[in-house]
Design a protein around this ligand. Structure first.
Ligand code: SAM
Length: 455
């Protein structure tokens, strides 16, 4: 029997309906070979490829289909979406741009292009694309983008528009609560309470309520954290905060605490910390190491989004950033100043780098670590004789390590000095500084500069 494209297409559809996607794709392949000018066949082949899990072939087939039917905007949108699925974001963005020149209001094109712009860090462009879109997912995205940009009023407006459309939208209430909390607005608590009344098993929102009450109402905060922990046992961040409020004798953070905290925080870290909380550690560290010269191998431990890099780069022959949080490292990568970025716990990293650095820096990191003996043992290995360690701590008047209600550790001078001396470091300088603000109060800290003994 001589095969013809229509017959092959019918066979392909039958294969697809029977769940045999590989055979369907093969039948479409034969069909397009016989009738390569038929856009519909290419488009169907693309669908079959998607069902068979072959994103690259799906993208190629839909691109071909779209070229054959240049006036078909929905096909163009499908072809662009297939490029996203095939992990080709730059080409997908170009395809959406072209489509939006032809149909500026195309909702799917605007929405998907906004996601690509957001992923590329182009937040203003993402917000412009999303602003005119009225559907729920777009409002949620807009709120998230505005929040990430630090535009809390705009984020709150987007959440309010969700609530106006549906007063039972729990995500809208929870989102509104969390952005109002960031701005210190009293409306945060009732908004979160409303969200929890609608969805009482939402552990993250109980945790948000705990964060909100931590500074002023520790008893209520502990109850909210306990509720969150009951719903999601083993949640490191919540467990740590509960321990901090209960005054337990804890001297290190649980595994997963810092990575979990900063993965969730990475996108708004710079806007919030620098923009709102007057974060000064990078400048203070830069001033502390200003006299150390050039040509150094530098490790930025707990580099985060890379805020310390500007002050370190002038001294660096090589600049290595180390952090537990993949999301923070992704932000640092965008700066394009680090020679190497490593996702690791700083203690493990130091243990694997014998005499590798002339300067190791940790800006606002030890507050998430706790006891410093293991850190200094690592620094003692990794810093070359005559090299330096520069870091900040929240200062505690006691002699040890204190876990504060904020969940951050504060370090007494005796603890720092003993750990440093045991690892062969001599103190060069210490400075008392204001690290940043917290709930309107200055957080007092201390910067230390140590030199590694030569003998
Ligand atoms: C407050 S941020 C400071 C970031 C950067 N140093 C700055 O000054 O902007 C603290 C960073 O330390 C990282 N961190 C905390 N504990 C760590 C550990 N044990 N090892 C590596 N990174 C850690 C966190 O993931 C976070 O990115």
């Amino acid at each position: 029997m001589i095969a013809d494209p229509d017959m092959l297409q019918r066979q392909a559809v039958a294969h697809a309906q029977a769940g045999n996607h590989g055979a369907a794709e093969a039948a479409f392949r034969q069909a397009v070979a016989l009738a390569p000018g038929q856009g519909r066949l290419w488009s169907n082949r693309g669908v079959a490829a998607r069902l068979a899990g072959d994103a690259a072939r799906q993208a190629a087939s839909l691109a071909r289909a779209a070229r054959l039917a240049p006036g078909d905007v929905d096909l163009a949108a499908d072809a662009a979406a297939a490029l996203v699925a095939a992990d080709r974001p730059a080409e997908a963005a170009r395809a959406y741009d072209d489509l939006l020149v032809r149909v500026p209001g195309h909702p799917a094109a605007r929405f998907n292009l906004a996601l690509l712009r957001r992923a590329a860090g182009q937040l203003a462009e993402a917000a412009d694309l999303l602003a005119p879109l009225g559907f729920r997912e777009a409002r949620l995205q807009l709120a998230a983008v505005e929040r990430q940009r630090g535009r809390l009023a705009a984020a709150a407006a987007a959440y309010r528009s969700l609530i106006a459309a549906d007063a039972g939208d729990a995500d809208g209430w929870a989102g509104l609560g969390s952005v109002l909390a960031m701005g210190g607005d009293d409306g945060a608590r009732p908004a979160l309470a409303k969200a929890l009344a609608l969805l009482p098993d939402a552990a993250p929102w109980w945790a948000d309520l705990g964060h909100l009450d931590r500074a002023g109402r520790p008893g209520r905060a502990a109850a909210s954290y306990a509720r969150a922990l009951a719903l999601r046992p083993g949640h490191a961040i919540v467990a740590h905060h509960l321990a901090a409020l209960s005054g337990s004798a804890v001297d290190h953070a649980p595994a997963g605490y810092a990575a979990g905290l900063f993965d969730a925080y990475a996108e708004r870290f710079d806007a919030e910390l620098v923009g709102k909380l007057g974060y000064r550690v990078p400048e203070e560290i830069a001033a502390l190491v200003a006299g150390l010269g050039t040509g150094l191998d530098v490790a930025d431990l707990g580099c985060g989004t890379g805020l310390c890099a500007a002050g370190l780069k002038p001294h660096a022959r090589s600049l290595t950033g180390v952090d537990l949080s993949a999301a923070m490292l992704a932000q640092a990568r965008r700066l394009d100043v680090y020679d190497r970025l490593v996702q690791a716990d700083l203690v493990s990293f130091l243990a694997q780098h014998d005499a590798a650095f002339d300067l190791a820096v940790a800006g606002d990191v030890f507050v998430y670590v706790g006891a410093l003996e293991a850190v200094f043992a690592g620094l003692g290995r990794a810093v070359r004789p005559g090299g330096h360690a520069a870091f900040s701590v929240e200062h505690d008047e006691g002699s040890g390590v204190a876990l504060r209600p904020s969940g951050r550790f504060a370090h007494g001078a005796a603890h720092v000095e003993a750990a440093a001396a045991a690892a062969g470091f001599r103190q060069v300088e210490r400075r008392d500084v204001v690290l940043r603000q917290d709930h309107g109060q200055p957080i007092r800290g201390r910067l230390y500069l140590y030199i590694k003994n030569s003998d």
